[in-house]
Design a protein around this ligand. Structure first.
Ligand code: C2O
Ligand code: CU
Ligand code: CU
Length: 483
């Protein structure tokens, strides 16, 4: 099925547009493009307009889509840390939206969560004062009950928090040349080429899974890279799909940053698990000039539920996410791994932390089998309610959160903070989780150490939730104040 989509999309678009094609095996692939870069590091100003558009994903038919400043998805925003950025978000859609800055350490009043709605034909103007270390963050809509659909339609984009020091660190930093921003998503399309928003019964329980992979909103493309070290800023912007990434010839990825910023030094990985909402930055060495493909294992959320829900999810083997081809005429800037990234690994003390236990709960029994909405997704048994603050945190304190998940894996995210993964299932965290994080895949149980520095009043609380968007919309979310 993947292959048919891939071939169909390629032949039609290459013929129709006459774009220069690159050869990849037996097929010709279009070259991957980056989202446009909206660099606000000198202006301190960002203007976003949520708008409708039409996008050709596969073949020549166009889909109704939404985007910021373009038909689908949004530009890559680049903001300086250490200064304020004035943002204007105009909503030209017909329904209310919000724009949440996932990964930004800013007060609840400008966080863009479900309480900060932007009505149609109005403008929201938050000022974002960033003081956090450089990192790759993102932004997306966050209307309770509509987040999954609005993100599927395209209301998402990447945000680089920049400190101007990447050249000093020896990191690739040329946007779209040796510093690639890669938004991984999956979609299904109807026969007419529209984005298929319908949910199958397994989708209702386990989150939406598409049959077509999009990178930066594009299907069947190939990245062209210089003969040297290339940085991949990976965002999983999918509603529910978990990627287990590896390179097809087994070459390693060198992890340099997690959600909330740089590590102290690169960590070599052969596999990287990327769950919805997470970002990782890795360096890949292309100095041997060989082509290679970024691949993924199938979604690991199967297990007991997958067996009950039917065979569609029982897939094994790997699929292609993005082929790379080396163009030796491109300038090679970086050829050796930096050894000091200037970042840190959290190493906090949980001894005096307030201890909270959260359990991510699935609907059970017949409600589950029928996808009935009277048996909701919840945390500690409470389905999200806009009017209920689940708990209050004192600003400046440190808490230890033990988060449990039964039956399937859930990517757990907290707004307004970065955290340390103290342990996973009672053992030291996997290497990919040893940096600062704001989203972590809970496969059993995790212990987190969190410091709450940003304020969040009762009318603009912070959210904590599963980042499988169908779970979040279904009630697997809570909210807290910090003050
Ligand atoms: Cu990326 Cu509360 O979200
Ligand atoms: Cu967030
Ligand atoms: Cu979940």
């Amino acid at each position: 099925m993947r292959r048919r989509t891939f071939l169909g999309g390629l032949s039609a678009s290459a013929l129709a547009t006459g774009t220069a094609s690159l050869s990849f095996g037996q097929v010709a692939a279009k070259r991957l493009t980056m989202p446009p870069l909206l660099d606000a590091t000198s202006s301190g100003q960002v203007r976003l307009e949520a708008q409708k558009g039409r996008t050709a994903f596969v073949g020549s038919s166009r889909a109704d889509t939404w985007g910021f400043n373009q038909p689908f998805l949004g530009p890559t925003l680049r903001m300086s840390t250490g200064r304020a950025t004035q943002v204007d978000v105009l909503n030209s859609l017909d329904e209310e939206i919000s724009v949440h800055w996932h990964g930004l350490l800013v007060p609840g009043t400008v966080d863009g969560g479900p309480h900060q709605t932007v009505a149609p034909a109005t403008t929201w103007s938050p000022e974002l004062e960033l003081t956090q270390p450089a990192a790759t963050a993102w932004y997306h809509s966050h209307i309770h009950g509509a987040t999954a659909r609005q993100v599927q339609m395209g209301l998402a984009g990447v945000l680089h928090i920049d400190d101007g020091q990447d050249d000093a660190r020896g990191l690739p930093s040329q946007y779209g040349v040796d510093d690639l921003t890669l938004v991984l998503q999956d979609r299904r399309f109807s026969r007419r080429g529209e984005i298929d928003l319908s949910l199958t019964m397994p989708d209702r329980m386990m989150g939406f899974l598409g049959d077509t992979i999009l990178v930066n909103g594009q299907v069947g493309t190939m990245a062209v890279v210089p003969k040297g070290l290339v940085r991949l800023r990976l965002l999983n912007g999918s509603n529910a799909r978990i990627y287990t990434l590896a390179l097809s010839d087994g070459r390693p990825m060198h992890l340099v940053a997690t959600d909330s910023g740089y590590l102290d030094k690169p960590t070599r990985l052969s596999k990287l698990r990327l769950s919805p909402g997470e970002r990782f930055e890795v360096l890949v060495d292309f100095s041997d000039a060989r082509d290679v493909t970024l691949t993924s294992e199938h979604n690991p959320n199967t297990g007991m539920m997958g067996g009950m829900m039917g065979g569609r999810r029982q897939q094994s083997g790997r699929f292609s996410v993005l082929p790379f081809t080396v163009d030796p005429t491109l300038p090679t800037r970086i050829t050796r791994q930096p050894d000091d990234l200037g970042g840190s690994r959290p190493n906090g003390d949980a001894a005096n932390a307030i201890w909270r236990r959260l359990s991510l709960d699935m609907p059970m029994g017949m409600g589950m089998m029928l996808g009935r909405s009277d048996r909701r997704f919840s945390i500690n048994g409470d389905a999200f309610a806009m009017g209920r603050i689940n708990f209050r945190v004192t600003q400046g304190t440190i808490e230890r959160w033990t988060v449990n998940a039964d039956m399937m894996m859930h990517p757990f995210h907290v707004h307004g903070v970065k955290f340390q993964v103290l342990s996973e299932n009672g053992r030291a965290p996997q290497r990919q989780n040893t940096g600062w994080k704001d989203t972590v895949l809970v496969n059993g149980s995790v212990d987190l150490l969190i410091r709450f520095d940003q304020p969040a009043p009762a009318n603009a609380p912070f959210m904590y939730h599963c980042h499988i968007l169908e779970h979040e919309d279904g009630g697997m979310m809570g909210q807290f104040t910090v003050g």
